[in-house]
Design a protein around this ligand. Structure first.
Ligand code: B1M
Length: 209
């Protein structure tokens, strides 16, 4: 097995220490940071996403793999910055105003980081103003909103409206998700996309860019 294969295999298994070791080994062997990311870590994370979608992996396995990914990214990030590798896009994510559920949102954030996105996590109970500030001040190109309550999902509409009022609607893509949210609700409120789970969120957002 090559070092990059060892890297993705250990990442899929969530072995954080081994993932760091094979990341360093690949770099020592002269593999570029970009190739370590694209041909080792991202290969592993897309397999994690595939297994999660197919119910072969559950939330704990994804969290453990995401943690291993984070450790490897800590090694790679400064090297990628030096070599000028750009993230896929900058996305700000948050749980909508009035809603404190963040487990799913965090999972989405981790999968997006694993997919090469720069993620700005706005946390929970996020008002339209905070989403707008992330576009204006931090240059977010995508907004990801999560809602777990039927009583809070309606607040997603306010954020879409606030972006329109701020003349920013055409500068960003909006993706929504969460247990009570549906594809038709996304259409109804004028969002660009809906994802039923964290792995699909990565694919949906990539398809919109
Ligand atoms: Co709450 N809660 N809760 N809760 N809670 C639910 C959601 C509920 C269904 C339970 C029930 O009654 N059966 C119910 C909602 C009913 C409804 O409106 N339909 C409910 C309620 C009523 C409440 C309170 C109102 C209870 C009360 O106080 N009376 C209260 C509300 C507080 C508030 O938010 N203001 C409340 C509080 C809490 C806790 C704080 C105790 C805790 C949250 C802890 C936390 O998140 N840090 C909690 C929990 C844990 C749950 C359940 C048990 C689990 C939610 C969860 O984390 N699921 C939940 C019941 C259940 O689902 N079985 C429940 C796992 C997570 C991985 O899945 O978040 O769906 P999920 O995310 C998925 C997808 O939805 C998707 O990807 C994720 C991974 O695949 N996804 C996205 C999510 N966001 C996305 C964004 C995207 C794309 C995909 O794009 C941007």
């Amino acid at each position: 097995m090559s070092t990059l294969e060892n890297l993705s295999t250990n990442l899929i298994s969530g072995k954080a220490e081994e993932t760091k070791i094979f990341t360093k080994q690949a770099l020592d062997e002269g593999v570029t940071p970009k190739d370590v990311l694209n041909n080792g870590l991202l290969v592993g994370m897309s397999e994690v996403g595939r297994r999660f979608k197919n119910n072969e992996f559950y939330v704990p396995e994804v969290l453990i793999a995401a943690r291993a990914m984070k450790g490897a990214m800590a090694i790679l990030k400064p090297l990628l910055a030096e070599t000028g590798v750009e993230p896929v896009a900058k996305i700000s994510i948050g749980t909508i105003k009035g809603d404190l559920h963040d487990i799913g949102k965090n999972l989405v954030g981790m999968m997006l980081e694993g997919g090469g996105f720069e993620v700005i996590d706005l946390g929970v109970d996020v008002t339209p103003d905070k989403f707008i500030a992330s576009v204006k001040e931090q240059g977010a190109q995508v907004i990801g909103m999560s809602a777990l309550l039927t009583t809070t999902m309606i607040n997603m509409k306010d954020t879409v409206k606030a972006l329109e009022d701020a003349d920013l609607r055409n500068s960003v893509k909006i993706v929504i998700g969460g247990a009570p949210v549906t594809d038709s609700y996304a259409t109804e409120i004028g969002a660009d996309g809906y994802a039923p789970d964290a792995a699909s969120a990565v694919d949906v957002i990539k398809s919109l860019l």
